[in-house]
Design a protein around this ligand. Structure first.
Ligand SMILES: Nc1ncnc2c1ncn2[C@@H]1O[C@H](COP(=O)(O)OP(=O)(O)O)[C@@H](O)[C@H]1O
Ligand SMILES: [Mg+2]
Length: 472
């Protein structure tokens, strides 16, 4: 085949045109025809400013003739829209290249290469919209985890709030200590959203929700091929929280290898994903939480002492609800108005006798249990006030304590399903107590996988487990 420059140009996917220094268009390839929606016959050998946008781009040439700033033109990259004849708006980016006469060094031609960047523009536009949405959501979250949403004026809660407000702005590691449902995660979020890291992610990891073998990959991620089944690399929570805060819930349940790696993250700010030799920086603030006594676990050798000291830099204790009963009326009001809004109800208050019962109950599940009870009462309530009849029966008598004995006769009138469920929950509770609440041990004693055990446990109401203080 004979070498044919024009043929080559017409095969190019990018638009290519060449304009002579007198302003005449000398080449206009096929891609240009498509981009502009005009045929080359309409522009070739004609003054290039017949096309409106050329006129703007090439002002320099037409005004100054040979004295145009070559350097500037050569480095010029322009983005503009072309209105295609079919009415579509096409975004293009054009790069201009001056072509000089070999002997005289004068500018003779200028070549333009035009790329269609419409798709890129669409993506940029989407990105801009997404960033705006993220910003909006973040502002909503900030107001949601503003200190005003943390209810309670007891000296204990005020003290916890004061400590939280003082430490939020620092990078200090915080340890939240309190029974389940006391508001540890709520405080962790308040710390994050009131810190300089507020615009970066808040990531939570419940260390007890993963078996020992998985916790490391959840935390630190893994590389492709790190283990069988790792077909793609995956970031861990430490990477996902970059620049933000990592909330380590039930931190005592972390496996020993994960504890060692976490210690290094805190001390050196470094880690490696599973199967990787490349060290990564960990720019995270750590807020940890526990509902068990860490000191005892350290004494028993179940939790690394060095990590314990690193985590316990700034403890904040949130006492159980039964030790700050004066917070209850305010909380009841708070949940009433919150649930009214969410459920579209108009319950305005609670009967004094009903409040009295709530005040006397021990709340082993703390604020979470109160919130659940309130929700249930709101569903049941027929009038515009919560009455004693709306309360669940177990709030009234002494707390139901299963004796663990399985010799009770089969009670009359109880459906078999309910009885079996009750029996199962008793076996689980008894085994748990026997194993000092070590879930892994209890699961293996019962011949269940950890996840099945967890599932069954989640179906058991917290009060059946006894006050969490005894679960240490
Ligand atoms: N002081 C409080 N004021 C308002 N809501 C609270 C308070 N404490 C806890 N809650 C609510 O109770 C529930 C349980 O709190 P959470 O932070 O998850 O407890 P924990 O992490 O200690 O188990 C959440 O819905 C939380 O918003
Ligand atoms: Mg929690």
């Amino acid at each position: 085949m004979k070498f044919d420059l024009e043929y080559v140009m017409n095969s190019a996917l990018d638009g290519i045109f060449i304009v002579r220094n007198d302003g005449q268009m000398v080449l206009f390839n096929r891609a240009c025809e498509e981009l502009y929606g005009i045929s080359r016959a309409e522009v070739v050998d004609k003054a290039c400013w017949r096309l409106a946008d050329f006129k703007n781009s090439w002002k320099t040439i037409s005004n100054n003739g040979k004295e145009m700033p070559y350097g500037e033109l050569a480095s010029r990259k322009e983005r503009m829209t072309l209105s295609h004849k079919n009415g579509k708006l096409v975004w293009v980016e054009t790069i201009y290249t001056p072509i000089f006469d070999r002997e005289s060094g004068e500018l003779v031609y200028v070549m333009g290469v035009i790329k269609d960047i419409t798709e890129l523009k669409v993506i940029e536009e989407e990105k801009k919209n997404l960033l705006e949405q993220v910003g909006q959501m973040r502002r909503e979250l900030e107001s949601k985890y503003d200190f005003s949403t943390i209810v309670g004026r007891s000296p204990q809660i005020l003290n916890a709030l004061r400590l939280t407000a003082q430490v939020a702005g620092q990078n200090t590691t915080v340890m939240l200590v309190g029974e389940s449902g006391t508001g540890k995660e709520l405080l962790a979020k308040a710390i994050h959203y009131n810190s300089p890291r507020a615009s970066k992610p808040f990531m939570a990891l419940n260390c007890s929700a993963f078996p020992d073998t998985l916790i490391e990959s959840e935390l630190f991620g893994y590389e492709k091929g790190a283990f069988t089944g790792a077909e793609k690399s995956k970031p861990g929570k430490v990477q996902l929280a970059a620049g933000g805060t990592l909330f380590l819930d039930e931190v005592t349940e972390m496996s020993p290898p994960a504890q060692a790696k976490m210690l290094r993250v805190i001390q050196e700010r470094e880690f490696e994903p599973l199967g990787s030799v490349k060290t990564q920086r960990a720019d995270i603030r750590i807020v940890a939480a526990t509902n068990r006594s860490l000191e005892n676990l350290v004494k028993e050798g179940k939790f690394r002492e060095d990590l314990y000291y690193r985590l316990f830099v700034y403890p904040i204790v949130i006492p159980p609800l039964r030790e700050r009963r004066e917070d209850l009326p305010e909380m009841v009001d708070y949940f009433l108005s919150k649930l009214n809004l969410e459920m579209g109800k108009k319950v305005v208050g609670i009967a004094p006798q009903a409040l009295e019962i709530l005040m006397n109950y021990s709340w082993p599940g703390n604020v979470r249990e109160l919130q659940n009870v309130m929700e249930r009462m709101m569903i049941l309530s027929k009038g515009n006030r919560i009455e004693v009849e709306d309360l669940p029966k177990y709030l009234m008598g002494p707390p139901h304590r299963p004796n663990g004995g399985l010799s009770d006769p089969f009670p009359e009138g109880v459906p078999l399903d309910d009885f079996m469920r009750e029996l199962e929950s008793r076996v689980i509770v008894q085994t748990l107590k026997q194993c000092q609440f070590n879930k892994t041990k209890a699961a293996s004693l019962l011949g269940l996988t950890r996840s099945t055990f967890r599932y069954k446990l989640s179906k058991i109401s917290p009060e059946t487990l006894g006050p969490p203080a005894s679960r240490q």
